[in-house]
Design a protein around this ligand. Structure first.
Ligand SMILES: Nc1ncnc2c1ncn2[C@@H]1O[C@H](COP(=O)(O)OP(=O)(O)OP(=O)(O)O)[C@@H](O)[C@H]1O
Ligand SMILES: O=P(O)(O)OC[C@H]1O[C@H](OP(=O)(O)OP(=O)(O)O)[C@H](O)[C@@H]1O
Ligand SMILES: O=C(O)c1cccnc1
Ligand SMILES: [Mg+2]
Length: 492
């Protein structure tokens, strides 16, 4: 899908914070626009106190970069901006420069569906400073949201323990794009289908659904309503049984199920959308089984999330399909992922790369300098640690120590020959040309499931998960420490 074309009719270069454009102007003015830089996009903490995060949104990023140019009307808009003294904010030669700007960056990124951890880059961008800077806001906007929702979805799907989860969020999502991107990310995280028809069309996601209380209420009786629905959709009957009295509703569903069966059709199930879902789902299961409808599903909905689903599982509720809306697509308990995009290296006037750190009062906010690679080490098909490293420091090494970026007392010795090593960052663009074929949506979803299989269940526990080790390769750790000391003048 051409996201920019199909959804937004063209380039999204103005989908940025104003300060990116003022910096771009100032870079240009001071002759630094074309100086080469490296920026890394990463987050510092998993969302939802999760033990893992699922990366999502890369296809949007690829499309954004492929369509990164300033249209004439974008430039006219920027051209009419005035300073307080009436002078133009951007001089016309700068606007002409923007018009001629071609995307020429190298981009490496983890594939969508990859399980990722704090501090490791999801995207690394190398290119002219001005271009790297102008990508920041859109990349963060795209990756933060889709990664957040894919992770929430994976948690809900894990809680459902193999049952299907249907995403019902459109009506409560954060606006139109919030809904579309959330449906895409929910599918990546493991939902079986969406109720959002436009997401189905745009992204190739299966769509499904039942019917609402209004359908029942538009008839004189529930039984009449079920019969009429069965006439219209004999193959797709999931009857919503809680409009008036849930037990009576289940009886009516069974009655219409029998009529359908006489015609050679099978009722798919019933949906319960209120009340005690453990109690009513068990009653529904018993009544359906007793009437010979062992294959009929019990669908539950109503403000569900991973925690309520877990509780209902513990209560041995007989639900086999879960409809989850609001709390999934709005990431109800954590509305944003805090990924950031930080300058990590810059090429100086002599053509030498200089690693860069921003020193923070909070050590978690001190970034990791340099152009990173990330390796995942596996043993017997199980991920044991991720290592952030600089390629140039690895030549000839057969073993190393990885060091936790926040707590240097946490370390792990890695003998390379003991492990299978996977490189997580893949080449996506080289000098502005796309060199990567984006995965199809079903392959991304599969990638997420396959990736989760690498991790022990202790990391996937929904509360207080075991922390998976991610460390800086020792020479990168030393580089960072030396740079921090230098910036703080501790080495003087
Ligand atoms: N057995 C259960 N254990 C834990 N949570 C449950 C159980 N049954 C239902 N819930 C959850 O409790 C909440 C009940 O919410 P609420 O009281 O608003 O619904 P309701 O009154 O049953 O239905 P509605 O207001 O939609 O008619 C929902 O989040 C639902 O998912
Ligand atoms: O609860 P969610 O996870 O968001 O799932 C979607 C909800 O949307 C529908 O009803 P709606 O909430 O519009 O009306 P209701 O509260 O009266 O059921 C549906 O019946 C679910 O309850
Ligand atoms: O198809 C459904 O049952 C559905 C769709 C959207 C919201 N709630 C339920
Ligand atoms: Mg509701």
């Amino acid at each position: 899908m051409k996201i920019t074309k199909d959804l937004y009719q063209g380039s999204l270069a103005l989908l940025t914070d104003f300060y990116q454009l003022t910096m771009a102007y100032a870079y240009w003015k001071s002759g630094k626009a074309e100086q080469e830089a490296v920026f890394n996009l990463f987050f510092r903490k998993h969302p939802f106190q999760s033990g893992f995060t699922i990366a999502a949104g890369l296809e949007y990023v690829v499309d954004f970069c492929n369509n990164f140019y300033f249209k004439d009307d974008d430039l006219s808009y920027l051209g009419q901006m005035k300073n307080a003294d009436g002078s133009p904010v951007f001089e016309s030669t700068f606007l002409a420069y923007l018009k001629s700007l071609n995307f020429t960056c190298d981009i490496d990124a983890v594939e969508e569906g990859t399980v990722v951890f704090p501090h490791t880059p999801l995207i690394s961008v190398k290119g002219p400073l001005i271009q790297c800077q102008l990508l920041e806001t859109a990349l963060l906007n795209i990756i933060n949201f889709q990664t957040l929702i894919a992770t929430k979805s994976a948690r809900v799907v894990l809680a459902a323990k193999g049952d299907s989860v249907l995403e019902f969020g459109l009506r409560r999502a954060q606006g139109i794009d919030g809904a579309l991107a959330a449906s895409r990310a929910s599918y990546i995280g493991g939902c079986a289908a969406t109720s959002n028809v436009m997401a189905g069309k745009l992204f190739g996601i299966p769509v499904s659904g039942t019917h609402a209380h209004s359908w029942i209420m538009s008839f004189d009786s529930e039984l009449e309503a079920f019969k009429a629905y069965a006439d219209a959709f004999p193959e797709k009957c999931v009857f919503l049984v809680d409009t008036y009295d849930t037990v009576a509703g289940i009886k009516n569903a069974i009655e219409v199920g029998k009529i359908l069966r006489e015609k050679g059709k099978e009722m798919l199930g019933v949906r319960i959308d209120s009340g005690d879902l453990a109690y009513f789902s068990n009653i529904a299961r018993e009544m359906l089984d007793e009437a010979g409808f062992q294959d009929a599903q019990v669908v539950a909905s109503n403000d569900l999330d991973e925690h309520i689903i877990t509780s209902l599982k513990i209560q041995e509720a007989s639900v086999s399909v879960w409809g989850v809306g609001t709390k999934l697509v709005t990431a109800y308990d954590q509305p944003a992922l805090g990924a950031v995009y930080k300058l990590a290296a810059i090429k100086n006037q002599n053509g030498v790369w200089e690693p860069k750190v921003k020193v923070s009062q909070q050590s978690i906010k001190t970034n990791i300098p340099g152009k990173h690679q990330v390796s995942r080490f596996l043993k017997n098909g199980r991920a044991v640690a991720d290592m952030i490293f600089l390629k140039e420091y690895m030549e000839g090494k057969t073993s190393t120590t990885i060091i936790d970026p926040i707590d240097p007392t946490k370390r792990k010795r890695i003998n390379f020959e003991d492990f299978e090593e996977i490189n997580l960052l893949k080449p996506i663009f080289r000098k502005g040309t796309q060199v990567y074929d984006c995965l199809k949506i079903d392959a991304i979803k599969q990638n997420a499931q396959d990736n989760l299989m690498y991790f022990d269940k202790t990391h996937k526990r929904l509360t207080n998960p075991h922390v998976y080790p991610v460390g800086l390769e020792e020479s990168l750790y030393q580089l960072r420490t030396a740079l921090v000391f230098k910036m703080k003048n501790y080495d003087k």
